[in-house]
Design a binder for this molecule. Structure first.
Ligand SMILES: [Zn+2]
Ligand SMILES: [Zn+2]
Length: 202
């Protein structure tokens, strides 16, 4: 479940029951092996109770619900006096912006040395950066399949169509081996090497 008004996903917490979790509080995303239609992602998130819990999201919930396409809320359209679906309105709005060249999410692909549009399903790991409001994101590029780590604001991750003009990019080529990549991600993140280079997304 996704709430477009608070830009948060709904998960279960053993302490608090239902909790609302923004994307920047996700810590790890993994597509479940095997044939699922649509694909299913296992998510681990950092919960307000202090723990980390797992949750499951379909590909649609993960990537499309933030754009309003899964929203079942309806509202009274005062222009037509009819009850209309919010998903329809938000979906139209998102489609218009994408056609105009705006992307809900983007990142800087280090191996390709260029910005790329992306969806949350390409995020692999997230971690808050030490002593700042920023978050480190390990992204697997949908175009070249290689990994990059960007340092971005929380809003860049949490709010569709809000993109930082500049992001921090780790100048490091991560391997294809997931285990090693995770270790390198944490090592690079805590080494503070994010300040190495600021690159424009536009
Ligand atoms: Zn919890
Ligand atoms: Zn790439």
């Amino acid at each position: 479940m996704y709430d477009t008004l608070t830009t948060s996903y709904t998960f279960a917490c053993p302490v608090h029951g239902r909790v609302h979790v923004r994307l920047s509080r996700f810590r790890r995303l993994q597509e479940l092996p095997g044939a699922h239609s649509p694909a299913v992602f296992r998510v681990e998130f950092d919960c307000g109770c202090g723990g980390e819990h797992p949750g499951l999201l379909t590909h649609d919930e993960l990537d499309w619900a933030p754009l309003g396409l899964e929203d079942t809320t309806s509202y009274l359209n005062l222009m037509t006096s009819r009850t209309e679906s919010l998903a329809h309105e938000l979906g139209d709005l998102a489609a218009t912006r994408i056609r105009a060249g705006e992307w809900p999410w983007s990142f800087f692909c280090w191996p390709e040395e260029r910005p790329r549009p992306v969806f949350p399903s390409a995020f692999r790991l997230l971690a808050p950066a030490a002593s700042s409001e920023q978050v480190g994101v390990l992204v697997q590029c949908p175009a070249c399949g290689r990994y990059s780590v960007n340092l971005v604001s929380r809003a860049h991750v949490d709010v569709p169509f809000v993109n930082d003009r500049e992001v921090g990019v780790v100048e490091h080529l991560f391997g294809a081996d997931t285990g090693a990549t995770i270790e390198e991600f944490h090592a690079e993140l805590w080494a503070g090497s994010f300040d190495a280079r600021r690159l424009a997304l536009e």
